[in-house]
Design a protein around this ligand. Sequence first.
Ligand SMILES: [Zn+2]
Length: 302
Amino acid sequence: MKIQLEHIPCDLCGCETYTVRYRKPDTWLRINQFEFPIVECTQCQLVYLNPRPTQESMGAYYPKDYHEDRNDDGFKARYKIQQDYLPALSNQVILDIGCARGDFLNFLKEQYPALRTIGVDYFSDKVSYDFVEFHQCVLPEAPIAPHSVDIATAWAVFEHLHTPGDYFKKVSEVLKPGGTFVFLVTNSESLYGRKAYVEDIPRHTYHFSEHSLKQYAEKFGFKYTKCSYEKRLWDPTGRGTYLYKLLFMFGFTWEKWYLKKNIPFQKLIAKIGRKIDNFVFRTHWEADKRASGIIIVEFTKK
Ligand SMILES: [Zn+2]
């Protein structure tokens, strides 16, 4: 398959220089062998994929059903947790960025019928609920009136974007002064993000942190108000850190992985690595130390 890559400057500060943190191929779909560099900006420390597939080529990395089926019981439990991070609801205007079929908005509307709900999703052709004002487009192109939204929210969306700055800018434009933006992203400064190879490469194009998000907030007219180290949504631990540490120590490479060439005693080494991981990460000590892999951040529009 022909994939086009593009080499880009930092989305946050425009700087062109970086250091490479690590490289990793697509280990989920195995589309090709290329090991994408995950780089850190030398100026602002934003972590991102560079080079990355162009927006057009990115489609190859998302299977057709990637964005489907989000209304089962598993998702409802997740929505309940997400709701914990939102302000008290009553009759506000709420915008869900990357709303899929609108199931999270429906979950909220069932409890608060006076809410006005807006959904934006580039990948959905429709939502399942008539009451959702839906726009199928990327957020920066959505026809939402300036200063018309009380609460904006985005769950595991921003790490997938090609231009996160344009999204922060748009959220800042549509929120009312004092409005709230709550979003979940992965944490580049965790073991999850640095050592355990959990980031979904190349689908996760940006890996944020408290440090980089404070700079985004400042740049686009927000107050950075809160950061929570969530441990109930996905596994935010560094599980995998010891597995890969041992494998690489004994000669494992991603090239060998792709070509299915095992290193000597690979199974045994992997088993020991997993045992250590299971022991070290059996509790959520990283979340308690504010260093785990999933963060939920709140910005307030100035
Ligand atoms: Zn930068």
